[in-house]
Design a protein around this ligand. Structure first.
Ligand code: FE2
Ligand code: FE2
Length: 188
């Protein structure tokens, strides 16, 4: 499927704000791919489609995941919103005709990250956090700089902020976020 067709479809599936965010992640990921020597086209597609399942109503996310044989963790059962990453990879494959496993993996892991991410996975995880439409968050300027200068430090910085935020908000944290943090902390 060409990009125009992807855009046409995505536009009908997510809110206008989410659509703008998706474009932001697309070009941010493309720039990061240029700097870090990743495949620019793959970065664009993964960035554009990473939230393609975000518009599905929360309740349906759980149903749709189960129906399509997607493994649902205990945490995701309680927080079905998180499933938009795995569902996104599923829809990218079946609705947007993307069959590149690297792209699909990057979409599937974009919310929590995971230990030993590929370059493309790191790029999408970070681009989602730093794209220009994001409202200002703690240390964003520094994190944006690290995205282009020290990718592993950037991933760790984002995870540290996310964990700190979740601790103050009393929201429950996905085990995967902690595992990812521990992995990158040990690399430091
Ligand atoms: Fe997302
Ligand atoms: Fe996103």
């Amino acid at each position: 499927m060409n990009r125009d067709k992807m855009l046409q479809r995505l536009k009908t599936k997510v809110s206008e704000k989410r659509f703008e965010h998706s474009l932001g992640v697309e070009y941010t990921a493309a720039c990061m791919a240029m700097v870090h020597g990743a495949d620019v086209e793959k970065a664009r597609i993964a960035g554009l489609l990473h939230d393609c399942a975000k518009g599905i109503p929360t309740k349906e996310k759980l149903e749709k995941a189960r129906k399509n044989g997607i493994f649902v963790t205990k945490y995701e059962e309680k927080n079905p919103e998180m499933l938009h990453a795995k569902l996104g990879a599923h829809y990218a494959r079946y609705k947007y005709d993307v069959h590149d496993e690297e792209i699909l993996d990057a979409i599937a892991s974009h919310t929590t990250g995971k230990p030993a991410m590929t370059l493309l996975e790191k790029i999408i995880f970070v681009a989602d956090y730093i794209e220009p439409n994001r409202k200002p968050i703690k240390e964003l300027d520094e994190i944006r700089k690290e995205a282009f200068t020290d990718l592993d430090a950037c991933v760790l910085h984002i995870l540290r902020n996310t964990i700190a935020y979740l601790q103050t908000s009393k929201e429950e944290m996905d085990y995967a976020t902690q595992m990812t943090y521990d992995y990158y902390k040990a690399l430091e």
